[in-house]
Design a protein around this ligand. Structure first.
Ligand SMILES: [Zn+2]
Ligand SMILES: [Zn+2]
Length: 776
């Protein structure tokens, strides 16, 4: 038995054979006995026919049915997948449409393999064999097709979305990006929607075909999404298109016709949809989600703006492999002289714009990189809208400084802040005023043949020279290899340096930039001493200053006389100077590397020689026979290659004999504590001037420096190899004699904060945090 049709839903019940009992979908379990049971439900999704490889290529079809008489919100698992096999699949495909009500009997119940993903139902029904039967009650006259069926979709308010469910939603678009190529062969649309619940939900749509993507013209448009899967991404609910998805959009302007924009041929659209759209329009206008002036006219454009621009294409020309010129107008006159870019007449597609150029009506828009694909398909006469277009004042390369700059327009690569362009259908409601303005200029065309001196004013400027580096997004901003990786878990968008500079601290943000300069140039100078107590930072003293302290300390010719120590002295080569070494008596007899040796009367060179053989040397001086520490300009401890310094302000210099007894290991910290010295830590400090093409800023690498280089500062202080490693890294991110373009991009996490300067004014600082060199 195959699929049989009935006229009315009540006929279905009459068709139920006496021995069958109706079962609710919700109540089905894998252990339910399917015999003598049937389900009645509405087909909410019907998949295509496919051939099943596991079953010798037998045809199969998957459909989703939903319990008919239960309100969907009250229970879980009211929908279930049904798999039809063989001729039943074929009959079902031909006879049943989405929205139809069906009665199914003699199914088998299996565990649903897709339950973890679709959360529909733990079971699925399989219909195979001769006994299975399907009665169908068509929900509409067959001739009207599925698009007109009265399928009732349930729409979930955005504040009621549950993780990992497949839903239908309505929303007002608050942000969108035109589809852009994603990884793989798909295009991706990104948008954010909201509804009366005021919850904003992000939505990603991946589809190979550009024409399948939602047709969104502007913020405030209303969108209906069917079969989108919910998921948590970065702690917030996100929608992703899933199998059988569709998207339909509507204009958001109140009182404009509710005309669905859809690319799919079959979609359902009925009175309830009309109502939903109207209600969302009302709500959106009360929330000021739509501005009355959706785009800026040419007459109100000022330099340095990012804006949406609605206009008509007059002519276009390909400039080179990554730039196309669009000559457009909106019938309004720009207040600033407009840049005109000369193009060979055979390269120009479309009408001559000479007359409009003279009246300052033609905007020359340079469209780059990923937007070229959309621009290439545009025909002159098309209405279009640019999103996040940039206006810039520019001066020709040979122009005098006192001449007026001209306004140019750039649509750079990338999709930051929704940057893009798209054509608009001529009947769009918000084009009507533009069209009437354009009609006022019909007479202009008559003058187009006039050829006077205006051409001389045109700049024969290649687009490269026109592009100013200031305040534009870098082309590689979104992609490409970076020499650094971020290690943070911030959920923050990547910003251009120009935007970072406009932001209000405090703030953590992510940037992608190159190193323009760094400071200090001499890398050993990036090694600093830092007192964590008083926050003093100073350079590591050079050997000259340290040697001087040693010489002065050695002048005292009365050696220390300390009861707690065993002392041995030798006469130095210099007349009248003795070198003494004191060890605590407790330590006598221990192996020498365990000793903490107090050295008196040496020069810097001599103690350096001694430190090759003795692990821990504390230089001391005699103060009228009493042992005292040297001036803290000098290290208070020499430990093999490393020298440890104390803070002059915070050290107490209170060392006494008994403290050393029982010390088992010596390191900078334990010795410092024993001596009453506040240890200064080694730190790395480098200032980078970063550049991403939009702006530059000076960022400190300080607290995160050791992680950044994978080098410990204290180890680097005593190791030429480690200092060389830092130098190598610096030479990689800013190779000597390289141009900025040759340097690698760095992905960085920046902390933006303020500090008070000497005049207690707030100064904004940028520090590189949570970023490190990628170790290949
Ligand atoms: Zn200090
Ligand atoms: Zn971060």
């Amino acid at each position: 038995m195959s699929v049989q049709k009935v006229k009315d839903s009540s006929d279905l019940d009459a068709k139920v054979p006496a021995h069958l009992r109706r079962t609710s979908i919700t109540g089905l379990t894998v252990t339910s006995d399917p015999s003598h049971r049937c389900v009645k439900a509405r087909v909410v999704h019907k998949g295509p026919m496919i051939s099943c490889a596991q079953k010798d290529g037998i045809e199969m079809l998957k459909a989703e049915i939903r319990e008919k008489d239960l309100p969907q919100s009250t229970t879980e698992h009211t929908s279930i997948n049904v798999i039809f096999f063989g001729t039943l699949a074929k009959d079902f495909s031909q006879s049943v449409r989405q929205g139809d009500v069906v009665l199914l009997a003699d199914f088998t119940i299996k565990k649903s393999p897709s339950f973890l993903r679709d959360k529909l139902h733990p079971c699925q029904l399989e219909m195979d064999g001769n006994d299975a039967f399907v009665y169908v009650c068509s929900s509409a006259a067959p001739s009207q097709g599925p698009s007109c069926s009265e399928a009732k979709y349930t729409y979930v308010p955005l504040n009621n979305l549950k993780h990992k469910t497949v839903v239908n939603v309505y929303g007002v678009v608050t942000f969108f990006k035109q589809p852009f190529p994603s990884k793989g062969s798909d295009y991706c649309s990104t948008l954010k929607i909201t509804d009366q619940s005021d919850v904003k939900v992000s939505c990603n749509i991946f589809s190979k075909k550009l024409e399948d993507h939602p047709v969104i013209f502007r913020v405030g448009d209303i969108i209906r999404l069917h079969r989108f899967k919910t998921g948590i991404f970065n702690d917030s609910m996100t929608l992703l298109n899933t199998y059988g998805w569709s998207a339909v959009t509507f204009d958001g302007i109140i009182d404009s016709p509710v005309t669905p924009r859809a690319t799919s041929k079959s979609f359902y659209f009925g009175e309830s949809d009309r109502n939903t759209v109207q209600k969302l329009r009302q709500w959106a206008s009360s929330q000021s989600l739509i501005s009355n002036e959706p785009t800026v006219s040419l007459s109100s454009v000022s330099p340095g703006m990012y804006f949406d621009f609605t206009c008509q294409l007059l002519a276009k020309a390909v400039m080179d492999s990554r730039c196309i010129l669009l000559k457009v107008w909106d019938g309004t006159k720009c207040e600033h002289p407009l840049l005109n870019i000369a193009v060979a007449s055979d390269a120009l597609v479309g009408e001559s714009t000479a007359a409009k150029d003279r009246m300052n009506l033609t905007a020359n828009v340079l469209v780059y990189d990923n937007h070229m694909e959309a621009a290439q398909d545009l025909k002159p006469g098309t209405f279009l809208r640019f999103y996040n277009l940039r206006s810039l004042l520019q001066r020709a390369p040979d122009q005098q400084a006192d001449q007026a700059e001209h306004l140019s327009f750039h649509l750079h690569g990338g999709s930051t802040y929704g940057r893009g362009l798209r054509s608009l259908p001529a009947e769009s409601p918000d084009l009507q005023s533009l069209k009437s303005v354009l009609e006022n200029h019909v007479d202009l065309d008559e003058y187009d043949e006039v050829n006077d001196g205006t051409l001389l004013e045109i700049w024969y400027t290649p687009p490269e020279a026109v592009v100013l580096p200031n305040d534009e997004e870098p082309d590689e901003a979104d992609t490409g290899h970076s020499y650094t990786v971020r290690t943070c878990e911030h959920n923050t968008q990547q910003l251009t340096l120009a935007r970072v500079k406009r932001s209000t601290p405090p703030l953590s943000c992510h940037v992608r930039a190159r190193v323009k300069k760094y400071h200090p140039q001499q890398l050993y100078q990036c090694l600093k001493l830092f007192c964590s107590k008083c926050k003093t930072m100073k350079d590591v003293p050079d050997d000259g200053a340290v040697a001087k302290v040693f010489r002065e300390s050695a002048r005292e010719n009365r050696p220390c006389d300390v009861q707690w120590a065993a002392t041995s002295s030798v006469r130095s080569r210099e007349a009248g100077r003795n070198i003494s070494m004191h060890i605590s008596r407790d330590m006598v007899g221990q192996s020498t590397h365990m000793h903490l040796i107090f050295v008196e009367g040496t020069t810097l060179d001599e103690i350096c020689v001694l430190s090759r053989n003795y692990e821990n040397l504390v230089p001391v001086r005699s103060e009228n026979g009493r042992m005292a520490l040297m001036d803290l300009t000098a290290p208070f401890l020499f430990s093999r290659d490393k020298r440890y310094y104390g803070c002059k302000q915070c050290s107490l210099n209170t060392f006494e004999n008994h403290v050393f007894a029982g010390m088992e290991t010596y390191d900078g910290q334990t010795v410092a504590e024993a001596l009453g010295v506040q240890l200064m830590q080694y730190r790395l400090l480098i200032q980078f001037e970063l550049d991403d093409g939009t702006d530059t800023l000076e960022a400190l690498l300080w607290e995160n420096a050791e992680k950044f280089f994978h080098v410990s500062a204290v180890d680097a202080s005593g190791s030429q190899d480690l200092q060389d490693k830092i130098q190598t890294i610096i030479d990689t991110i800013k190779p000597p004699q390289s141009s900025l373009e040759e340097r690698p991009w760095l992905d960085l996490c920046l902390s933006v904060y303020t500090v008070k300067d000497n005049d207690s004014n707030n100064k904004v600082c940028y520090q590189i945090t949570d970023s490190e060199i990628r170790e290949e």
